[in-house]
Design a protein around this ligand. Sequence first.
Ligand code: 3PG
Ligand code: MG
Length: 406
Amino acid sequence: MAKKTRTRIEAKFNKKTVRDIKVDSKQLLVRVDYNVPVDKDGNISDDSRIRASLPTIKYLLDHHARVILCSHFGRPKGKVVGSMRLTPVGKRLSELLKKPVTALKNCVGPEVEKAVSQMKDGDIVLLENLRFHPEEEANEPNFARSLAKLAEVYVDDAFGSSHRAHASVTGVAQYLPAVAGFLMEKELNFMGCLLENPAHPFVAVMGGAKVSDKLGVIQNILDKVDSLLIGGGMAANFLKAQGYGVGASAVEEDKLDYTKELLAKVQSQGVRLLLPADVMVCEKLEAGVPCRIVSVRDIPATWVIADIGPDTIERFVQEIRRSKTAFWNGPMGVCEIEPSAEGTRAIARALAESKATTIVGGGSTAEAVEEMKLTNKMTHVSTGGGASLKFLEDKELPGVAVLQNK
Ligand code: 3PG
Ligand code: MG
């Protein structure tokens, strides 16, 4: 089933892109987000973010540009950490491009400058992990200047990092003309359509562990959505705010009042709120421990909520079936372990089968969809976790703000 070609998304993006500038024979510093998930042996477990960067890179190489890629990877906290080198990423990129990609040993300094000065049109290099330097996250101007020195133009294609005001995201734009890549453009168009002109009924499915990450988004999209479906660890906060006992499930007590206010707002705005009616509870959030399905009225005092239950899944799926726009962010349960992955899988399947415009927020939600091989059954799966949430909170993304307007 080829998905949703009939969905038309209006392009509202008003920033310059690589299409709007002359790129041939130019040295371009291209910020990408290659913060890819890796397994315990350090192998890339999901290369979606690398593949998502290909359209911009191919366009630039086809137009005879000299492409200098830069990215962060993990959180090495300003030190060189061997397991966080970008070498495996460069290798994977080279396989995908079917072209050599030179991975450099640093991201600034004389050796990097020398390598870059020897580049020819159509060459591509990958700088080493930006976060090996503490100046990256500190947005230190001299570091930004050293990066900028490598190029004539800055291209930001790292939507997933655009909520971070770091040297390679905002700092370099002080010294170089800054334009967007195609991934950045695509992400902002899709995300923008959720806020600007969603087809109704519009359903938002929110999950994940931390309610504090999601309250701002819920607050901001309340006047746009018709229904709000809440699962995942954060559902405990909502259930508790409604007076249910949630056993030993984690609750952000300091967010309870806000959760209550939000519940009142949901009601006054006429939004249909679906909270879990039944849940899977376990003795602990670990594989192989005893689990059972209970009504939310009967959660045992020492057990924890691990997933939404079958009745809840059924109600959520029905609601998704009725929708014309659906946004999903956050797993419905502890999807890394069986059997509490079923809620997340059921939502992914329902979205994949739906004819609605389906937009999936990044991070672990995108990983779950990718693992089920359903990515191309969705209208759009974002490469940004934190960034897509910030955007939907209606917060200006610093990495977008610095780009030149059309
Ligand atoms: C992400 O994975 O969400 C982005 O790459 C940003 O990474 P960070 O949360 O470590 O800044
Ligand atoms: Mg993150």
